[in-house]
Design a protein around this ligand. Structure first.
Ligand code: AMP
Length: 520
């Protein structure tokens, strides 16, 4: 019999853990490393490398080295977010047959779940090597803010990797589990999660084995990458002022500056000032090499990144308002994500919540540990009950009304699983079908939200307008995944619902992409 693991599939890094003798243990690779870059590099021929080895390739072959793919998962090609990502990366972003964003490397186009599947297969391999046992299934974590498409795509990635996805749980909920499972706490906590690409904040009520998410808010474009970007822009300005070299649009030089920015940021967690040195950025007209050499201190970085930290507090305000609580009413603050190692972030969070955040948990590992606890509890061989996770849906689910407005059906922060119904009537005489477009998001304008899909209720009775009534039930399951069913109220007959315009892979495509036994 194999084991069940928890996988924190992060934007920059991933971690795998399992429960051994009652403890959630993070599993390390043969070199003793427990945090693995979520980077997939395509080399010669069909060779694919993942993790630390792949990250090494980033500096000399950025166009073949895919990082931050999680930012693209479940997204449409034609969206502002995808435009932003395209400007950030050296590899290509292409449009898939479902209007989905895909990755183009060396002339070949990959669905994003395929890229994530390589990361998952890598983590599975690490777990198998570390424990000497086969991995049967995994609980995979996603940001609380992920919408339906992003969750489905993550599940597809697991299937492609040959990994049974036991459950998708939210990262902050997983962190809360690692903190409180089996502790019989009775308190309100906040999980402040600032990772490489996303920011999430959740307010939870803990009561023994009950973990209830009271509210959640987030920004899918706020994370360490933005801190690196802000520092990188500053370094690029310094370079231009010193040497006249402009690296705008020069991916290779910008990658080097970005890496230097991240190194400096990490170093500034421990010291007050560093000397940034980046050789080989270009050549002057005489052919001499140009590099950057500049001092960088905490004060300068504070000025550069403070607006980003402030943005996270606007999101905290939102979550607390939804929960009906003030910062002072929060008993404990848990920090998650590599960026919370940054002292400026810790200090600012301490000020905002008027209490020092807890520091006995490892912010890089706590999510995978929580996922491992839930994976263990969900599998037959555990004699301990799974914690009761009462999550909420992070975004409003609604349908497009005449005039282009969104009619909210399941408001954000509703407890899940949940089901809500709405009755639709025909708008024309003898209307044989009703077309319903389902969106997720907070804008009143339907088109400004994420289109989940289009449902066509067909085979309706021929009748004058307004006479035929169809009840559509929208449900969100424990994984946060949306399902729709419809019933003709007059006849009681279930009406077939056909999902169109979804950007996700079809089941057949997922099957087709499945890796063989070796992982790829
Ligand atoms: P995660 O997605 O949680 O793995 O977070 C990764 C982000 O945390 C990256 O932007 C890293 O640069 C950042 N990070 C990791 N360690 C540190 C550190 N000691 N100081 C500052 N930032 C860090």
């Amino acid at each position: 019999m194999g084991i069940a693991v928890g996988i924190d599939l992060g934007t920059s890094n991933s971690v795998v853990a399992t429960v051994i003798e009652g403890q959630a243990v993070v599993l390390a690779d043969a070199e003793g490393r427990s945090v693995h870059p979520s980077v997939v590099a395509f080399g010669y021929g069909n060779a694919v490398v993942v993790g630390h080895r792949a990250k090494q390739q980033l500096a000399y072959a950025p166009e073949n080295t895919v990082f931050s793919a999680k930012r693209l998962i479940g997204r449409r090609f034609n969206s502002d977010e995808v435009d932003r990502i395209r400007r950030m990366v050296a590899w290509g972003v292409a449009e898939g047959p479902h209007g989905d964003a895909r990755v183009r490397v060396k002339g070949k186009v990959y669905a994003v779940p395929e890229i994530s599947a390589h990361v998952l297969a890598h983590m599975k391999g690490i777990a198998e090597q570390a424990t000497g046992q086969a991995v049967d299934g995994a609980v995979i974590t996603v940001p609380a803010y992920f919408n339906d498409q992003q969750r489905q795509a993550t599940r597809d990635a697991a299937t492609i990797a040959g990994l049974k996805c036991l459950r998708i749980i939210n990262e902050p909920t997983a962190a809360a589990l690692a903190y409180g499972y089996g502790q019989a706490h009775k308190q309100h906590i906040v999980v402040y999660d600032l990772g490489g690409g996303t920011f999430d904040v959740s307010v939870l009520r803990l009561d023994g084995e009950l973990f209830e998410v009271v509210s959640t808010a987030g920004d899918t474009f706020l994370g360490g990458d933005d801190f690196d970007g802000a520092i990188c822009d500053h370094l690029a300005e310094q370079l231009k002022a010193q040497t006249g070299l402009d690296v705008t649009g020069n991916h290779s030089a910008r990658t080097k500056l970005l890496e230097a920015a991240e190194r400096a940021k990490k170093a500034l967690s421990k010291v007050n000032a560093v000397a940034v040195k980046v050789p080989g950025l270009g050549r002057d007209p005489a052919g001499n090499p140009i590099g950057l050499q500049t001092p960088l201190d905490q004060g300068t970085v504070q000025r550069l990144v403070m607006p980003l930290i402030q943005r996270s507090f606007a999101v905290c305000d939102e979550a607390l308002t939804e929960a009906g609580l003030t910062p002072g009413q929060i008993d404990h603050v848990l920090l998650v994500g590599g960026m919370t190692r940054f002292p400026l972030v810790r200090e600012a969070v301490g000020h905002y919540f008027q209490k020092q955040p807890l520091d006995h948990l490892n912010p890089d590992q706590v999510v995978a540990q929580g996922a491992a606890i839930q994976a263990f509890a969900l599998t037959a061989y555990s004699d301990r009950p799974a914690a009761v996770l009462l999550d909420v849906t992070p975004q409003t689910l609604g349908v497009r009304m005449v005039g282009g407005f969104l009619d909210p059906i399941i408001p954000r922060n509703s407890s899940i699983p949940t089901e809500m119904g709405k009755t639709f009537t025909t708008a024309h005489d003898n209307q044989g079908e009703v077309r319903i477009q389902v969106y997720q998001g907070e804008s009143r304008i339907a088109a400004e939200n994420e289109l989940l899909g289009e449902f066509i209720l067909s085979g309706l009775r021929q009748a004058p307008r307004g006479e035929v009534k169809v009840k559509v039930s929208f449900s969100i399951d424990a994984d946060g995944i949306v399902k729709v069913s419809a019933k003709d109220l007059e006849t009681g007959r279930s009406v077939e619902t056909t999902l169109q315009a979804s950007s996700n892979l079809t089941q057949a495509e997922v099957e087709e992409l499945k890796f063989d036994e070796l992982g790829f």
